[in-house]
Design a protein around this ligand. Structure first.
Ligand code: TRP
Length: 503
């Protein structure tokens, strides 16, 4: 049996965990979600969600992985073999769902870096994007005619980079890579934000981003959006944070680490929002439009609105290259984390050598990603993304909170966290009887209830009309199917015997 890997330093771990958390979701999703849900006022539900679910679940995942020195399936197996499948399900649907298309999007970013140099989208970025994807009629989502080869090539390169990083292992691969990538990420982010802040119209854009609309706070959907954003953004329910913390030195302060990662991720997204809205303000001013006419989220923001802005900006080409490079780095520091989480799970259970596991996963992953590089790739991506995020992640979050909160001897986890705090006397008592009690309260009640409401809310929508008006067959097979198949496989795998040691 190989020695279990270890991080070289706690710093290395923090960078990797923040790298996993900070991803596409922070840059293109948060600013829009905040704008849509009350601007500055959104920060209230958002921070409540961070404090009552984000940081508590993060601390739970860190404590569990660290205490048990185990990947997600193994950690759940320890709690009760009956629940091992939850760990498998998390790593399976993220690895063979979210990861597959996430890497395709990073591949698009790579292509767009190149397009930025020539402003290849001309004066119609929207039409250009459709052409780039080879997009056909959304009503015919089974009509696959071809692969888009320039996307396939980029996807191969991105998978190769992911393989090269994770192949080196935790310390020589991931830790070394994030020590290079995260500083670059920070420098580029600051450059872009400062650049954007000085553009004409920036102030107007920011006003739209931060002006509070308190009337929204009473809207349940705003709260649902806040919990959803926190969950995806912090990579919770992915099984990632459990695996990452299992490689930490024994005397690590879990509480402090959770606070650092939780706040760093939120700080990053709020900060990035200033850049995003400055650019939108600039664009609206230049084109004499309203912010509401130029604003967009996720794919539309990155691949349609930003190209338009890049064409207008002085030195726009440099800006474009930087922006798409930033997305690519933020994406890769996240995508490597699930490869690691999945590798850890397979290695723990079957005791296969790490390197072989990494290579096999990356090859299978590449072929899996091809499903999203055809002319209907965008629609598939959209449907799979919606279902895995709304149901997969949230269900895992609820189960995690319930299983650990109610079925596990939580005194063990608490004792584990307290042991490495370095506190004594009254501080120690305060922490143990107040902070950790509150933590358990959040895990037992607040998180399951909040996520439960979120899921019922999305389910009700589902019955109103098929998601985003796609053909029902697509929604059922790709969306519901993906959720169910990974679920069944998780059950199957958890029934297999353990080769790795489990005591
Ligand atoms: N938290 C990331 C974000 O905000 C998403 C993410 C983290 C992710 N790890 C991942 C996506 C692994 C796919 C695979 O964007």
């Amino acid at each position: 049996m190989e020695q279990r890997s270890k991080w070289g330093t706690n710093w290395g771990f923090l960078l990797a965990a923040i790298g996993s958390a900070v991803g596409l979701g922070n840059i293109w999703r948060f600013p829009y979600v905040a704008y849509e849900n009350g601007g500055g006022a959104f920060l209230i539900p958002y921070f409540v969600a961070l404090l009552t679910a984000g940081i508590p679940i993060l601390m739970l995942e860190f404590a569990l992985g660290h205490h048990k020195e185990a990947s997600a399936p193994k950690a759940f197996h320890y709690i009760d073999p009956k629940w091992e499948w939850v760990g498998w399900w998390a790593v399976l649907f993220v690895m063979f769902g979210i990861e597959l298309y996430y890497i395709v999007i990073i591949g698009w970013c790579a292509n767009y870096m190149r397009f930025s140099l020539t402003l290849a989208w001309g004066d119609d970025p929207n039409a250009f994007f459709s052409q780039f994807l080879g997009k056909t009629d959304p009503g015919n989502i089974w009509g696959i005619t071809h692969l888009q080869w320039h996307i396939v090539t980029a996807v191969a390169v991105v998978w190769f980079i992911n393989w090269a990083i994770t192949y080196g292992g935790v310390q020589k691969g991931i830790e070394r890579a994030v020590k290079i990538m995260m500083p670059i990420l920070m420098v580029i982010t600051c450059t872009i934000v400062v650049w954007a802040l000085f553009l004409p119209g920036a102030r107007m854009g920011i006003q739209h981003y931060v002006t509070p609309d308190f009337s929204k706070i009473t809207d349940l959907r705003v709260w649902v959006a806040a919990y959803g954003q926190i969950f995806f953004s912090l990579s919770l329910g992915f099984g990632i944070m459990i695996a990452y913390s299992s490689y930490l030195a024994r005397d690590t302060n879990i509480f402090k680490n959770s606070l650092i990662v939780g706040f760093a991720n939120s700080f990053y997204e709020v900060f990035a929002g200033f850049g995003v809205f400055s650019i939108l303000g600039y664009m609206a001013t230049r084109q004499g439009k309203e912010i509401s006419d130029v604003v967009a989220e996720s794919l539309g923001l990155a691949f349609v609105v930003y190209p338009e802005a890049i064409s207008l900006l002085p030195y726009g080409r440099i800006f474009g290259v930087l922006f798409f490079f930033l997305l690519a780095i933020a994406g890769i520091s996240s995508s490597i984390s699930i490869i690691e989480a999945f590798t850890a799970a397979i290695h723990d259970k079957f005791a296969f050598p790490r390197k072989k596991v990494v290579t096999t996963i990356c090859v299978i992953g590449f072929f899996g990603s091809l499903a999203f590089t055809t002319n209907v790739g965008l629609f598939w991506l959209d449907i799979v993304d919606h279902f895995l995020n709304q149901y997969g992640l949230i269900v895992v979050g609820i189960l995690e909170a319930l299983i650990v909160g109610w079925l596990y001897r939580t005194s063990l986890l608490k004792a584990h966290i307290v042991a490495n705090l370095g506190l004594s006397g009254t501080h120690h008592k305060f922490f143990k009887y107040v902070v950790l009690q509150l933590w358990m309260y959040c895990i037992r009640f607040v998180t399951p209830v909040a996520l439960g409401i979120a899921i019922v809310n999305s389910l009700m929508q589902e019955f109103v009309e098929p998601y985003a008006g796609y053909p029902i067959s697509g929604v059922l097979i790709l969306g519901v199917g993906w959720v169910l198949v990974t679920h069944v496989v998780a059950f199957g795998v958890s029934g297999l015997p353990w080769k790795g040691k489990t005591t």
